[in-house]
Design a protein around this ligand. Structure first.
Ligand SMILES: [Zn+2]
Length: 320
């Protein structure tokens, strides 16, 4: 069974699934210190309305890849989930490009204060028993590498994520930067730890139309996250679309998932900025424009089903 914020779900019941979305992208310190400025009840109402639109478009499930470091707030998302028909799969991990949280740099095997790896313990508990006392289990793991590469802090996170994966089998999702071709480095690290790359989704591959790179990542077994539709600033829609169509034509549909990496609300991207710069960056974009666009480019229905239903079912269901 697949754990969701609305209860457990069989893999068959996932339906059309977006594999990299967010309900909220927050800053936990700001939320704690300025509740008047960021009223949580308004955010919940807004997210409920957002998901109604997503569901009306034909999406049944989303993976919410908000982890610690981007303001994961399970009690808040749970309030949304309880009022939504969309299944929400939660994640654990830590999002940072450089520093690990200080408690993790000081405590752990080989670190100043020694002891157990607290992050790995938390991640494992999130998956096995649940996130604190919320009753919600995380379904997937996540880490990020970007322009700082494998900094000491990032290595601490990657190690804890790999340990938690090896212990639980939960699939690993990454944030990568394909302009640096660093999905390959992520694969090198995970493979060196004994992780089966077939269960790994290399995120943000869709920011690239470098088919040689994308196929190299896929040929090592991983899934390509073509997951930022609507983020035209990084790569325009038409190029994102034709890259997915080409991957399908070349036989890679079983290793592609499509999504938008947008959110119902992000502290980092105020409404005005989003409306002005990225008006189509929302989860409804997949059913509104991406799927019709793929059809226009001649992508067979079987491939669309594969990317939106079968692949998520396999990736999320395998681990359980
Ligand atoms: Zn994301």
């Amino acid at each position: 069974m697949i754990p969701t914020l609305n209860g457990e779900l069989s893999a068959e019941a996932l339906g059309t699934t977006l594999m990299h979305e967010h309900i909220f992208v927050l800053n936990a310190e700001l939320m704690l210190n300025y509740p008047g400025r960021f009223p949580s009840q308004e955010l919940v109402e807004r997210a409920v309305g957002y998901l109604e639109q997503v569901k009306a478009g034909g999406v049944d499930s989303i993976v919410d890849l908000t982890v610690m470091g981007t303001g994961r707030n399970i009690p808040l998302v749970k309030q949304v989930a309880e009022r939504s028909a969309v299944n929400i799969i939660g994640a654990t991990g830590w999002y940072t490009f450089h520093d690990a949280p200080s408690f993790a740099t000081l405590n752990g095997p080989g670190r100043l204060l020694g002891g157990e790896d607290l992050l790995a313990q938390m991640f494992i508990r999130d998956i096995r028993e649940g996130i604190d006392d919320t009753g919600v289990k995380a379904g997937v793991l996540k880490f990020a590498t970007d322009h700082y590469g494998f900094s000491d802090g990032v290595k601490i996170i990657m190690q804890a994520v790999a340990d938690a994966h090896l212990e639980t089998g939960a699939p690993v999702f990454t944030h990568s930067d394909p302009s640096r071709r660093n999905g390959l480095e992520q694969q090198d690290y995970l493979a060196s730890r004994g992780v089966d790359l077939a269960g790994v989704v290399i995120g943000h591959c869709g920011d690239s139309d470098d088919l040689d790179y994308l196929k190299e990542v896929a040929d090592r077994g991983s899934v390509l996250g073509m997951d930022r539709f609507g983020m035209d600033s990084k790569l325009p829609f038409a190029q994102r679309l034709s890259t997915v169509a080409r991957l399908c034509k070349d036989g890679y549909a079983a290793q592609v998932v499509i999504s938008t990496d947008s959110s119902a609300y992000s502290m980092n991207f105020p409404d005005e900025a989003r409306a002005a710069r990225l008006p189509r960056w929302k989860a409804t974009e997949i059913m509104d424009n991406v799927v019709p666009g793929l059809r226009e480019l001649g992508v067979p229905e079987a491939d669309i089903t594969q990317m939106l239903i079968s692949n998520p079912r396999r990736i999320l269901g395998d681990a359980q």
